[in-house]
Write a protein of this length. Structure first.
Length: 477
């Protein structure tokens, strides 16, 4: 029996030791900042936690007294937590708000301080004295539960957005004219609505910002008043005004064989970065000019004209493309004029010269047959055509003529050396051709190649003398 008693005493001693150890691991001190208030005010306390351990700890502060009391921090935390470094102290300010208190009295609320690593909890009392209930309305604290939202939370300034306010009257107080104030950096409104006893009411307000409002983060604050008295503390909603950009085509301008198109880019962000791209083609680029000057890109086998966006002071950029087909028409017109002039002023007599049957001896050229063709390409008969061909002095002309060829009118020695052969064609019908030929022989074998000068045809057509030259001919090589 004595052993059993001794065993239980050891257990009790161990539990006492553990309790003391837990108690010694942290200490809590509550300091009143404002603990005597009227019924619609908020009490303030400082909660100081001393961490006696050699490691950082995080503590949770458990609220007490709900639904008659509300407890919160600024900024709001849910749950309310506090990190305390090892062997150090930290504090947090706690606000205590009487929600449904209707009599003057002193109230004590036990909040719980919980060490998160072990779950150990200490109770800390906060005492609030209600010194007046004058703010009560009809014996009730004005309690209007309010929730607010803004949709969408990311606002496009070109589009409408909606502010939603939900009012829930928790008492039988009748509010014939509540004032709801809405404020942000970009809008400010004051609304007036009645709210009956125990009534729920949803209010929706549609608004629109200036389309060029800069992208930024903002917040909306909503508070509810009765006869100038705040009955709902300000509620804050965060929202964002987002960046946007637009591209629109400008009505095209057309003139004779010229088309001008434009694209206008706008953004609410003066530092907007982007690219304008217009599909094009390599051939089309030859007829295309741009302003400002664009770069040509190739992506996925397609060609584009591209500009880097640089907005002006109005946060706008305009680019232009001009398709100009006038140069093509001018080129076609000039080509047509050139062809017409060619056919108008070209010689009606065509002379072509060629060489065949080249003979070789002693490793060089010794003889060759020269053929001169004269053709009438006009629509009229041409008469008295003089044809002359020149030969260098190192060769002479054989007297034998090929069958069907026309005999020269004369073979003369040129004063400066060389031989001149002359034919006279009495008449040449439209489209007819005469073949003139002769065989030349060299006195010595000619090594390499040598050139024969062009043959010339001369005729008088009306009051105009027409002269046509053949091509030059290379022999050998």
């Amino acid at each position: 029996m004595a052993k059993i008693v001794k065993f239980f005493m050891l257990i009790i001693a161990f539990l006492v030791f553990l309790n003391l150890a837990y108690a010694a691991s942290f200490d809590v001190k509550v300091t009143a900042i404002k603990d005597k208030i009227v019924v619609d005010e908020v009490a303030e306390f400082e909660i100081n936690i001393q961490n006696n351990l050699d490691m950082d700890e995080e503590f949770t502060i458990k609220k007490a007294g709900y639904p008659f009391w509300d407890m919160y921090t600024k900024p709001l935390q849910n749950p309310i937590t506090l990190k305390v470094p090892a062997q150090s102290a930290a504090s947090i300010k706690l606000f205590v708000d009487p929600l449904y208190i209707t009599s003057v009295d002193t109230y004590t609320l036990d909040i719980g301080i919980v060490k998160q690593s072990t779950g150990q909890e200490q109770k800390a009392p906060v005492t609030v004295g209600i010194k007046s209930t004058d703010p009560l309305i009809g014996g009730y604290i004005p309690t209007v539960l309010t929730s607010t939202s803004i949709f969408p939370e990311q606002i496009d300034p070109r589009e409408e957005f909606t502010i939603k306010i939900i009012l829930n009257n928790q008492n039988i107080i009748d509010y014939p004219n509540l004032t709801i104030k809405i404020e942000s950096n970009h809008f400010k409104d004051e609304l007036h609505y009645p709210l009956g006893p125990k009534e729920d009411k949803t209010i929706e307000v549609t608004k629109r910002l200036d389309a060029m409002t800069l992208p930024q983060e903002d917040r909306m604050i909503i508070a509810v008043f009765k006869d100038g008295r705040l009955i709902v503390s300000p509620i804050v909603n965060e929202f964002k005004i987002k960046e946007y950009s637009t591209q629109e085509e400008i009505p095209k301008e057309q003139s004779f064989l010229k088309i001008r198109k434009g694209i206008r880019v706008k953004s609410n962000n003066p530092d907007y970065e982007g690219t304008i791209k217009i599909e094009t083609a390599p051939l089309k680029n030859l007829l295309l000019t741009t302003y400002p000057r664009a770069k040509t890109l190739k992506e996925n086998g397609k060609y584009y004209m591209a500009w880097q966006i640089e907005l002006d002071k109005d946060r706008t950029m305009i680019v232009y493309t001009t398709e100009n087909y006038r140069p093509i028409i001018i080129i076609i017109a000039l080509a047509a004029v050139a062809v017409a002039l060619y056919f108008l002023f070209r010689s009606p007599v065509v002379v072509r010269k060629g060489v065949s049957n080249v003979g070789m001896s002693e490793g060089g050229i010794s003889e060759a047959k020269v053929v001169v063709r004269v053709k009438n390409r006009s629509a009229n008969q041409i008469t008295n055509i003089d044809v002359m061909d020149n030969l260098p002095h190192i060769v002479h002309v054989e007297k034998e003529l090929s069958i069907g060829s026309m005999q020269p009118h004369a073979v003369l020695r040129h004063p400066k050396g060389g031989i001149v052969i002359k034919w006279v064609i009495e008449a040449l019908e439209p489209g007819d051709e005469r073949v003139l030929s002769y065989r030349m022989k060299s006195r010595l074998a000619i090594l390499g190649e040598f050139n024969l000068p062009a043959a010339t045809a001369r005729a008088k057509i009306g009051n105009k003398v027409v002269i046509s030259n053949s091509n030059r001919v290379s022999v050998g090589g």
